[in-house]
Write a protein that binds this ligand. Structure first.
Ligand code: BT5
Length: 270
């Protein structure tokens, strides 16, 4: 992968500028800076390796060279920040990855709300949507996506970020059982995203996202912080992309994207 092969592979997509790096700290950090300097809408940052890849909060995202996809798409919102825009962009990223995995490899990809893509219960990709502000005006939303492609991209037990890894991980090659060309996969993911982008507020987008929800109808533990968690059953998505859960009391609660983690509750007989 290099600047030329990347530009050639993506030449039929309506993107802004494209910048490729052999190694970078975090593509999201670079994209936020570039957005502040006036990067055109739909500009893309891609790196072969990230040395400081980020998940939500203070978590790390593992991106060794030659085996993963790490990208950030700069989206210039047409509207000022309205409720749920960041949430929907995170959903857009997850839905784009799911669509591409289904279309290219017939993989049954699911979304662990809000931002993980799972295949058969293992995490294959993560999405990090972040707002970039100029003063109090939302200037861009940065859509970061990391996909494990080859086995090397799966974090091992001795990796620094392992201690808080709540989910077993996999990669596209292991799940599909065949070699995967990173650029071809990247192209399909971006084509899917760009296809949904104009319809982010439409009921069909919410429906498509909803249909991909992992653990729908299941009881999950919703972890909001170290000291705060509750149990609920996943009902559905609301129109703004927030997650509707039903609590044990029967009360319905809507969860917004933030520091929320879902953990399935295993109720199978031991
Ligand atoms: C995420 O956060 O899953 C969002 C990851 C977004 C990464 C992309 S790559 C391009 C762009 N630039 C960035 O700097 N970031 C974005 P979260 O739900 O907080 O999950 C993070 C947790 O996933 C970590 O604490 C680990 O437990 C685990 N993890 C880290 N790397 C992983 C990997 N490669 N595969 C599977 N799990 C991983």
């Amino acid at each position: 992968m290099n600047q030329t092969t990347l530009e050639t592979a993506l030449s039929d997509l309506s993107l802004g500028e494209i910048r490729y790096f052999d190694a970078i700290g975090s593509t999201n950090d670079y994209a936020a800076r570039w957005a502040g300097e006036g990067a055109p809408d739909r500009s893309l940052v891609v790196a072969d390796e990230q040395t400081a890849g980020r998940g939500r909060g203070a978590r790390h995202w593992f991106t060794p060279p030659g085996s993963a996809l790490a990208m950030s798409l700069i989206l210039r919102p047409a509207l000022p920040e309205e409720g749920g825009q960041i949430t929907r962009v995170a959903g857009l990223g997850a839905l784009g990855v799911c669509g591409a995995l289904q279309q290219s490899y017939r993989l049954p990809a699911e979304i662990k709300w809000p931002n993980d893509v799972l295949v058969r219960g293992r995490k294959v990709a993560g999405v990090l949507a972040e707002a970039s502000w100029v003063g109090n005006r939302l200037s861009a939303v940065i859509l970061g996506i990391g996909i494990n492609v080859a086995p090397n991209s799966i974090p091992q037990d001795d990796w620094v970020g392992y201690h808080d890894r709540p989910f077993p991980a996999t990669c596209v090659e292991a799940a599909a059982g065949e070699p995967v060309a990173r650029l071809a996969l990247l192209r399909v993911v971006l084509a899917e995203l760009l296809d949904w982008l104009p319809r982010l507020s439409s009921p069909e987008f919410i429906r498509a996202w909803s249909e991909r929800l992992a653990f729908r109808g299941d009881w999950v533990q919703v972890v909001a912080s170290k000291t705060e968690s509750l149990e609920g059953r996943i009902v559905n998505l609301n129109g703004d992309g927030s997650l509707r859960v039903e609590l044990r009391s029967g009360e319905s609660k809507s969860l917004q994207v933030g520091e929320i983690h879902l953990r399935p509750i295993d109720r199978s007989p031991k």
